[in-house]
Write a protein that binds this ligand. Structure first.
Ligand SMILES: Cc1ncc(COP(=O)(O)O)c(C=O)c1O
Length: 421
């Protein structure tokens, strides 16, 4: 055992942390240490994982929905293993059965036509932006001031300004930012009829899941129709059942021209993300089949897992469970709120949840306090007063009871009333 930041950790874990500080991301390791978080994930199963040193955690982060169906879901593991019996990544120049099947299923699930598979959500957003530009022959993209779409070139430029500007990869003349829920600002941005696409998360995750006003998303859709602008729905966090509907936009009866999915499509086992394009916006695929290529985009094992993941997320029993659990957690959290006013707001659409606390860094404080109580959940990077709470689609009420108790204990510990350390 060794001491790290006043904590005793095993020699094996200390070595990993030291290597990460030396060779990966020193500042990240230091920032997490300052919160008391020295996690190196070891064993994992369903909605729990253990630290390398054996401490168990309930996973309420799920890597943004990557583990919506749980860690190492047995059916998804079986599909992956079966695929690896005969397949490898495949040759990206050719179709393969799993890629063709998943593309067909995504078309049926979205009412759109073509799918471009990519390894990451960021790259899928890049493809979406390029497709919209090609279709409209316009360059401008309108996005939210505090959106997050990944950290590749175009997707990074579409997200909040800070990171892209820091790397000198921002394009302020071409990427126009508007505030969320401000339909007038959106109309001003689109009114010149020179915007290729609006790119928006349905419920902005990194801003702490502020909920769209009831008319906002349909209003944006109508503006896109009026000004000839493509609507790109980034459903990387809100898709695949997390809201109780298969896609977040379904909650507001909005049909985008392009839908982006990723994370959970992989079952947490093999990277796969996708841009699903309407017939019109994807027409370039009929003109130039090599217009976009990616060695690992649409790799065979990932698409095989994706087919099963999509099936499980669309299963009416899964979506019914989301409704039950969402209601159950809401009641439990409201009860806690009655006793712990530090919890100032509960944002929720199904299992897309943000808990706002009565301090500018309240969500960050809760990440640290929950870590001590054995829950891993992350604050919202663009609004650290909010904690993102992302329960799995298949959890049961007993799991929720345990989590609610830990949440209350964490709040009590912050309030200094009880709940231990
Ligand atoms: C809404 C949203 N879009 C896009 C991305 C980027 O996905 P990836 O990390 O796979 O590039 C993320 C990742 O967190 C996301 O939350």
């Amino acid at each position: 055992m060794e001491k790290q930041h006043g904590k005793t950790v095993s020699a094996e874990k200390a070595l990993v942390l030291q290597r990460a500080r030396d060779y990966l991301f020193p500042q990240r390791i230091d920032q997490l240490s300052a919160l008391g978080v020295d996690l190196v994930i070891g064993q994992r199963e369903a909605y729990r994982f253990s630290d390398m040193d054996g401490r168990e955690f309930m996973d309420f982060h799920l890597n943004g929905g990557t583990y919506s169906l749980g860690h190492r879901h047995p059916q998804l593991l079986a599909v992956l293993r079966e695929s690896l019996e005969f397949a490898d990544v495949g040759n990206h120049h050719f179709p393969n059965p799993a890629r063709a099947e998943l593309a067909k299923r995504l078309a049926l699930a979205t009412g759109l036509q073509y799918t471009v598979f990519t390894p990451s959500g960021a790259e899928a957003n890049d493809v979406a932006i390029k497709s919209a530009r090609r279709y409209t022959r316009r360059r401008k993209i309108v996005a939210l001031e505090q959106g997050y779409h990944g950290r590749s070139g175009l997707s990074g430029a579409a997200g909040d300004d800070s990171s892209a500007a820091w790397f000198g990869s921002d394009y302020p003349e071409e990427f126009i930012k508007v505030p969320f829920n401000d339909i007038d600002a959106m109309e001003r941005a689109l009114g010149g009829a020179d915007v290729a696409a609006v790119l928006m998360e349905t419920i902005p995750a990194t801003s702490g899941f502020p909920m769209p006003e009831p008319d906002y998303l349909p209003g944006v859709r109508a503006l896109c129709n009026r000004y000839g602008t493509v609507y790109i729905a980034d459903e990387v966090q809100t898709g695949l059942g997390r809201t109780g509907k298969l896609w977040g936009v379904d909650c507001w009866a909005v049909k985008p021209d392009i839908l982006i999915t990723g994370k959970g499509l992989s079952g947490g086992l093999y990277p796969v993300s996708a841009a699903v394009l309407s017939n019109d916006v994807g027409a370039w695929l009929a003109e130039d089949g090599w217009g976009y290529v990616s060695t690992f985009g649409g790799a065979e094992p990932g698409c095989a897992v994706g087919c099963r993941a999509l099936e499980l997320c669309s299963d009416p029993a899964t979506l019914a469970n989301v409704e039950v659990i969402a209601t159950y957690l809401r009641r439990g959290l409201e009860d806690i709120q009655g006793r712990q006013p530090f919890l100032s707001e509960i944002r929720q659409q199904g299992l897309v949840m943000g808990l706002k606390f009565d301090a500018p860094d309240g969500g960050m404080q809760m990440t640290g306090a929950l870590f001590k109580k054995g829950i891993w959940a992350m604050f919202a990077a663009f609004d650290p007063s909010v904690l993102q709470l992302k329960p799995g689609l298949l959890v049961d009420t007993a799991y929720c009871d345990e989590a609610l108790q830990r949440i209350e204990d964490a709040l009590a510990s912050l309030a200094g009333t009880s709940g231990g350390d």
